[in-house]
Design a protein around this ligand. Sequence first.
Ligand code: AMP
Ligand code: ZN
Length: 461
Amino acid sequence: MKLYNTLTRKKEDFSPMDGKCVRMYSCGPTVYNYAHIGNLRTYIFMDLLRRTLKYEGYKIKGVMNITDVGHLLSDSDDGEDKMQKAAREQNKNPYEIAEYYTKVFFEDLNKLNIGKPEITPKATDHIPDMIKYVEGLIEKGAAYETADGIYFDISKFPKYGMLSGIKLEEQQAGARVEVNDGKRHPADFALWKKAPKEHIMQWDSPWGKSYPGWHIECSAMSKKYLGEVFDIHTGGVDHIPIHHENEIAQSETLTGKNPARFWMHGEFMLVNGGKMSKSLGNTYTIAQLEQMGYKPMHFRYFCLNAHYRKKLNFTFEGLDAAKVSYERLGSLLLKHKASPAKTDEKLLVDYKKQFEDNITDDLNVPGALGVLWTMLKEPFSKDIYELALDFDRVFGLSLADYKEEKQELDVPAEVKAIAEERFEARKNKDWAKSDELRNKLAELGYSVKDSKDGYELSVKE
Ligand code: AMP
Ligand code: ZN
């Protein structure tokens, strides 16, 4: 299969290093708030990759970290720790905040059928691993201490910028001069932060009471669980220029090797063509979409319609269209399920091949959905239903559990009155009257189905 590698800027043939099991690291959430639909798009991308690899017969050892300390307001190590800020604003302990939002995050993944990676380590459980990592970098002469922390000396890693293609000189020219006297170069980044007294999450370290920087978390945890070099590293495109450059700089300096063979990035979700941000009030959560009457699968379908390397513009018109398509897909599928007819084996093999050609071409999921739609237009057959469920191992659209939503019938008052009268007649065991009223309903274009303690009206076919 082919995957696009940000590192080489091209699609490359992929197979895991050991031929069987894909070792994969995904940058996880910072658990100080609810995940918004943009964040979730990135995890849907991770999930599609995991599902495709599994479909192709590989095993997966996936690690996704939970950042519960050290992610500062700006990715380039400015400002307050996001956890600490949320704790202050909500008047809670940061550990409580982390626990609550981690729980909701996993519930969101579950609603969206995003498989939970095999290992989901928390940063706060790995402080000793990170300290050791930083000590290693100091020993290599690539890190130095200032009044407020330990910084990575970017001049010791001339390849800095290899992932984003941004040269250090360009970064330097564009960099804001930060109020941080101790730093040797504006792009030097914090490995470790000395904790001000009010910082609740702090640990003893060789550098006094302190806490880890964000970038070191991913390097230390990926190395611990996946080794010095693993197969794939994923994240959102915003991580390319800082977070992932920093991970590479740390790892290559310590081990001499780039930690991941493939670096893969999901493009951003926009809202109404612009940035998604809390101040604009356009950062929806899955719970909010549910309150508006959408199923999580409508949102998943919406995301599947765009390739992961293309920007996706979220609008409610777009989500409505996804909802209609998903429901149409489901009801078509039920018709195939109900049909005893067979489909020619050759045709099925051909559809499966087309499907696989798409997913193994750098996860062309929109293309694979196109194959599914074409296939569903074939004469109804249970074989097609079965093959659609096989494809759904990748789509993750819960097609096996699909149930048609009962449409509330807009029944005229006159019809409703007759149906009620008939219901009364049945209760009184007046079968003759009941039959007569059934005929009357039929004349008006309605059929009625009786149940133990009620009835259901539908439009006569
Ligand atoms: P965070 O919790 O802020 O670290 O973000 C979690 C993940 O969501 C990261 O992989 C980000 O790259 C990703 N992300 C943030 N905003 C968006 C967006 N608008 N669209 C897609 N992914 C995003
Ligand atoms: Zn990370």
